[in-house]
Every structure is written in C-alpha cells, then in structure tokens.
Design a protein around this ligand. Structure first.
Ligand code: ADP
Ligand code: TRP
Length: 332
C-alpha cells in the first residue's frame, strides 16, 4: 500500500533580516525535511502575524521578499515545497474566525507569548496579538499538517492548536489530525552579547547578509568569557558564547582543539574569533551568492509566491469548506 506523505508546515514572520540563528535553528531544518522522502512541505511567510507587532506597511513590503529570497537561497525548492505568503490565502482568516468559536479566551490569556508581547508593547495590545495562536492554529490545521518544525518558544502555540483541533473534532466530528511539534533538532543559537539567544530585536545577531568584514567586526567586539582578561589567563569555553557558536558552525575536531587550547591559554580570544569568523563566512558565502543569483530576476519571487499561494489555497479551501459544512454554514 502506498503510504501517505506526512504534511510538514512552518512559517517565519517578516519582522526583519534573517540571522544565523534563524538559519541554523529553522531554515536549515526546513530544507532537510523538504529533501527527505515521505514529507510534503508547506513553508510560508507569516505576514498577517507580522502586523501584530510590526505595523509598518513599507517595512513589510521590503522584508517579505527578503525572507522569501532567504528561503530560496537556503535551498527551499518551490517545485518540491509549497512556498507562499500567508495573506495570499485569505481563507486562513475565515478559518481563524471559525476555530475561534472553540477557543476559550482563558487559553489565550494564559499563553506565555501573549503575556510577553503585551509587556513589550503596552501601547499596542491589539486583538491580533491576543488571537495570534488561533491564526497560527489556522495556519497549521488549514493544510492538515502532521509535523510542525518550530523552536521551543513556539511550543505553547502548537499545544493550543492541538487543543483547538481536539475540541473541534469532539464537538463537530473529526476533521483534523492532531499536529505534533518537531523539536528533535530544536537548537538555540546564542547571541553575540553573551545572552543565550540570538534574536532580531536583541541587536546581537550575525545576519545572513553580513559580509566577511561585517562578520569580523561583529565578532571582534563580541562578549567572551569575561573572567579571561589577559591572553595568558586560562579560559572557560563552557561559559563562553562564542565557543557555543563554534559548536554550531565548526567541525568537531576544531571545536575539540579550541576547547583544549582555550582552557590551556594556548590560543587567545582573537585567534578563536578569527577561526569562528572564517567558519561562519564559509556558511554565509554560498547563501549570499545564491541570493544574488535569484534576486536578478525581479519577477521570480512574485511568481513563486503566486504559484505557491494558489497551490496552498486549493488545499486550504477544501478544509475550510469541510469546517463550514460541519458547523452548519451554508453559502447562499
Ligand atoms: P527572532 O527571535 O530573531 O525574532 P523569529 O521569532 O522570527 O526570530 O524566529 C523565526 C524562526 O527562527 C523560529 O522557528 C525560531 O525558533 C528560529 N530561531 C530564532 N532565533 C533562534 C536562535 N537564536 N536559535 C535557534 N533558532 C532560532
Ligand atoms: N509564530 C511563529 C514565529 O513567530 C511563526 C508562525 C506563524 C508559525 N504561523 C505558524 C510557525 C505556523 C509554525 C507554524 O516564529
């Protein structure tokens, strides 16, 4: 018997430039899944979700194609994966409205990401921010995704999605499978400022668009083990953020050597940073070259998003029709 493909789905918001953490923690994974037998992948830019925190229309119009270019440069192949902009599938907004009827507001109020974002932008605690998890559930349930590769910060949202799917199925009859968060490869790339997460709003990133010089300038001043003041002081790699970065981008032998040489003060932080810069640049270089190639055809991105949007729409429309029918809605 032919086994049905598992549906994989994930999205990224268009809130700014992509950084190394986004690439290693999300996009690289997406590409691996796309290239694994047995998976049908849906990847999108969550532009509706972007508006919950970043309402500037001009920024959105620049950032969205940028993220799509990054997807493509990272290796997402629009022939293999369905790549689209969330708002090109307006049926998702209807699905969000409908599944909202089985979402208790208590669930949304308890959501840690809502509390955090409300704290961060007290002047803009909008309805979209509050219903963020419901729209995310629509994203996931629309194409009936089985697997959702996300970082650990997104787990509460996948949990709410399962809750909604369950509620819907038991009230109206089975429509949805329960999606599972794919966390095996969830990693957390540290920031350059000594904090444990590289993040767009933290200003501690290496961007995918950074030149070799820019990478070096950022690393040169990046925080290391603060107790290692002199070159002759033995270092503590297990406490050093840049060592943690080495673990993500350098070969095992090099990482091992750096560990020993740092502890014995055989190498200084500058030597260690130079190696790190080289290895990061080696990852970024091919991505940047592909990005330039792809960006040459200005219509290409629009075409990819158009085709992907149409494909996603066909599939999501069917789910919405099923949901409407179960809920007793008739198109008169
Ligand atoms: P940011 O935190 O920089 O705003 P997003 O929240 O837009 O990034 O995340 C987009 C994707 O990249 C998510 O899947 C998230 O889990 C992943 N990601 C973001 N930062 C990191 C990081 N430092 N390490 C690993 N993955 C990350
Ligand atoms: N909330 C996700 C983030 O901030 C983006 C997102 C929106 C998403 N809809 C999704 C991720 C559906 C996975 C599945 O990173």
């Amino acid at each position: 018997m032919l086994q049905e493909k598992q549906v994989v789905l994930s999205g990224i918001r268009a809130t700014g430039k992509m950084h190394l953490g986004n690439y290693l923690g999300a996009m690289k994974n997406f590409v691996d899944l796309q290239n694994t037998e047995g998976y049908q992948c849906f990847y999108f830019v969550a532009d509706y979700h972007t508006l919950t925190t970043n309402p500037d229309p001009d920024e959105l119009k620049t950032n969205l194609p940028g993220i799509v270019l990054d997807y493509l440069a990272a290796g997402i192949d629009p022939e293999k994966s369905t790549l689209y902009a969330q708002s090109s599938v307006p049926e998702l907004a209807e699905l969000c409205l409908l599944i909202g009827m089985v979402t208790p507001i208590g669930e949304l109020m308890r959501c840690p990401t809502f509390k955090e974002k409300a704290r961060k932008q007290p002047d803009n605690v909008n309805h979209g921010l509050f219903t963020y998890p419901v729209l995310m559930a629509a994203d996931i349930l629309g194409p009936k995704a089985d697997l959702v590769p996300v970082g650990e910060d997104q787990l509460p949202h996948v949990e709410i999605t399962r809750f909604i799917a369950n509620r819907f199925n038991s009230r109206y009859g089975k429509v949805f499978e329960l999606p599972v968060a794919l966390m095996e490869k969830a990693i957390r790339v540290p920031g350059l400022d000594g904090t444990d997460k590289m993040g767009k709003s933290e200003g501690n990133t290496i961007d995918l668009s950074d030149s070799a010089d820019a990478v070096w300038e950022k690393l040169r001043v990046a925080v290391t083990d603060e107790q290692r003041e002199r070159r002759s002081d033995p270092g503590r790699p297990y406490l050093c953020n840049l060592y943690a970065l080495h673990e993500f981008v350098s070969l095992t032998d090099i990482v091992k050597a750096i560990d020993e040489e740092c502890r014995s003060a055989t190498i200084g932080c500058i030597d260690c940073k130079k190696k790190l810069a080289e290895n990061i640049t080696a990852i970024l270089d091919p991505l940047q070259q592909r990005r330039v190639e792809i960006a040459k055809g200005p219509d290409y991105i629009r075409q990819v998003l158009h085709d992907g949007g149409q494909r996603a729409r066909e599939i999501i429309k069917e789910t919405v029709a099923e949901v409407r029918q179960k809920m007793g809605l008739i198109m008169y």
